[in-house]
Design a protein around this ligand. Structure first.
Ligand code: GLA
Length: 395
C-alpha cells in the first residue's frame, strides 16, 4: 500500500485514481478528467463586457477519477475538501450553505439539467494541486471537471461552444456570475500558447505562441480571494458601475465604444467611480490588443509595460488591488521583472510577472527573501511557481 508521502509524488490524476480505488473499493479502473487552472496574462474585468482577453491554462489542475453507476446517485469525495457529497441526479438541485464544495457537483448537475439524456450518476474522487481562492480559476476548473465527468458518464459529447454558453451561468450556482474567460481557458488552451479570446460570441480564439525564453512567474499574496464570499459583492459592484457608465453614455456595449474610439466621453460622467470604471474597461481592451501584438512580435519589454499599466489601472481606477498585491508587483519590478500585475478578479490571490529565462531566478529569489520571508504558511510549490502554458481539459 502507498504511504501518504509516496502518494504525493504521484501526478494529480494518479492521486485521484489511487484514492478512488481505495475509497470506493473499485473492481474497475476509473476514468479520469483533468481540468487545469489558468493565469490571465492580460484583460482583466472586461470579459463579461464581451471584450478580448488573453489567459493561458497552467500545469496545476483538478482531477476527478470517476466511474458511472447503474443508478442516478452521485457520490463524491475529496482528499482536500471536508465531507462527502451524495445526492440523486434528479432536479431540482438545491445549493447547500455557501462555501460547501458539494455545490460544485450540484452546479454541474444543474448546468446540464436540460439534457434529458443525463440519467446515470457516478462515484467520483477529486484531487488537486491548484490553489483555491487564488485568482487561478479553481472554481471554474472544479465545475468543469465535474461537468465533464457527468457528461462522459452519460456518453454526452458537447461542443466547446455549448459548454462555454452554459458554464458561466452554471457557475452562478456557486458564487459569482463572471464572464466566460475562465471556462474557455480551462477547456480550450493549448500547450505553449497564450489563448487570445478575440470574441466570445461567436467564439473566436487565436493561439499566440509564447517565445521560448519568456517566463511567467506566479506569486500568491497569501490573501484568500474567496469568490463565493465577500469578493462576490465587490466584484458585482465594479461590474454594476461599468454597466451604469455605459448606460449613461448611451452605448449598448463596450465593443461599440472601443470600436469607435470614443474614450473622451468619459469626461461626461460626473460619478468618479463610474468614470474610472469606464476608463479601465476601455483602456484595458486596448492593452490586450497591444499585448497580443507584443507577444506576436516577441517584444517582451512592450508586453511587460502593458502588464504593469494594467495593474496600475486595476489598482487606481477599478480599485480591486490590495497593498499585498501592490507590494508583490513592485518588488518583482524592482528585482528586474519586465512586467507584473495582479491576475484574476483581485482582492487577494496572485500576481503574474513576465520575466526572461535570464532574470527569473533573481526575481523569484527576491520575492522569496522579502515578501515570503517569515511567513509559515508559505509553500514554494503552491505560492511561487513558474506557470507553464498548458493544454485545456478538452485538448
Ligand atoms: C473572475 C471571473 C472572470 C473575470 C475575472 C476578472 O475570474 O470569473 O470571468 O471576470 O474575474 O477578469
Amino acid at each position: 500500500m502507498q504511504t501518504h508521502e509516496s502518494l504525493s509524488q504521484l501526478s494529480v490524476s494518479e492521486q485521484a485514481i489511487t484514492h478512488f480505488e481505495r475509497f470506493f473499493d473499485a473492481a474497475k479502473r476509473p476514468f479520469v478528467v483533468a481540468a487545469p487552472g489558468r493565469v490571465n496574462l492580460i484583460g482583466e474585468h472586461i470579459d463579461y463586457h464581451g471584450l478580448p482577453v488573453m489567459p493561458m491554462a497552467i500545469q496545476k489542475h483538478i482531477a476527478v477519477a470517476f466511474l458511472p453507476r447503474k443508478d442516478r446517485l452521485i457520490r463524491a469525495k475529496s482528499s482536500q475538501m471536508v465531507g462527502a457529497v451524495e445526492f440523486p441526479l434528479t432536479p431540482p438541485f438545491l445549493a447547500c450553505e455557501a462555501g460547501n464544495w458539494g455545490n460544485y457537483v450540484r452546479a454541474a448537475a444543474q448546468t446540464f439539467a436540460s439534457y434529458d439524456t443525463l440519467r446515470t450518476g457516478f462515484d467520483a474522487y477529486v484531487a488537486s494541486d491548484l490553489p483555491s481562492a487564488a485568482g487561478l480559476s479553481s472554481s471554474s476548473a472544479l465545475l468543469i471537471a465535474f461537468s465533464l465527468a457527468l457528461l462522459q458518464a452519460n456518453d454526452v459529447q458537447p461542443t466547446l461552444n455549448e459548454l462555454t454558453a452554459l458554464l458561466p451561468n452554471g457557475e452562478q450556482f456557486v458564487g459569482t456570475r463572471g464572464g466566460a474567460m475562465d471556462h474557455i481557458a480551462v477547456l480550450a488552451s493549448r500547450a505553449g500558447f497564450a489563448t487570445l479570446i478575440r470574441s466570445f460570441s461567436p467564439l473566436e480564439i487565436e493561439y499566440v505562441p509564447i517565445p521560448q525564453e519568456w517566463r511567467f512567474l506566479v506569486a500568491h499574496s497569501l490573501v484568500i480571494a474567496e469568490k463565493s464570499g465577500a469578493v462576490r459583492a465587490q466584484y458585482n459592484s465594479r461590474r454594476e458601475a461599468r454597466r451604469r457608465a455605459l448606460q449613461k453614455l448611451g452605448f449598448e456595449s463596450y465593443a461599440q465604444v472601443v470600436d469607435r474610439v470614443v474614450y473622451s466621453n468619459a469626461s461626461m460622467l460626473s460619478d468618479e467611480a463610474e468614470r474610472d470604471a469606464f476608463l479601465h474597461v476601455t483602456s484595458e481592451a486596448r492593452r490586450v490588443e497591444h499585448a497580443a501584438d507584443a507577444l506576436r512580435n516577441r517584444d517582451i519589454t512592450g508586453f511587460g509595460r502593458l502588464l504593469y499599466e494594467s495593474h496600475v489601472s486595476l489598482r487606481d481606477r477599478l480599485q480591486v488591488s490590495l497593498p499585498e498585491l501592490d507590494l508583490l508587483v513592485n518588488t518583482a519590478m524592482d528585482a528586474g521583472a519586465t512586467g507584473a500585475r495582479l491576475t484574476g478578479a483581485g482582492f487577494g490571490g496572485c500576481v503574474v510577472c513576465v520575466c526572461t529565462a535570464a532574470n527569473i531566478e533573481q526575481v523569484r529569489r527576491r520575492l522569496f527573501q522579502t515578501y515570503f520571508a517569515g511567513k509559515p504558511e508559505f509553500d514554494p510549490d503552491t505560492h511561487l511557481f513558474v506557470a507553464q502554458a498548458s493544454a485545456g481539459a478538452l485538448m
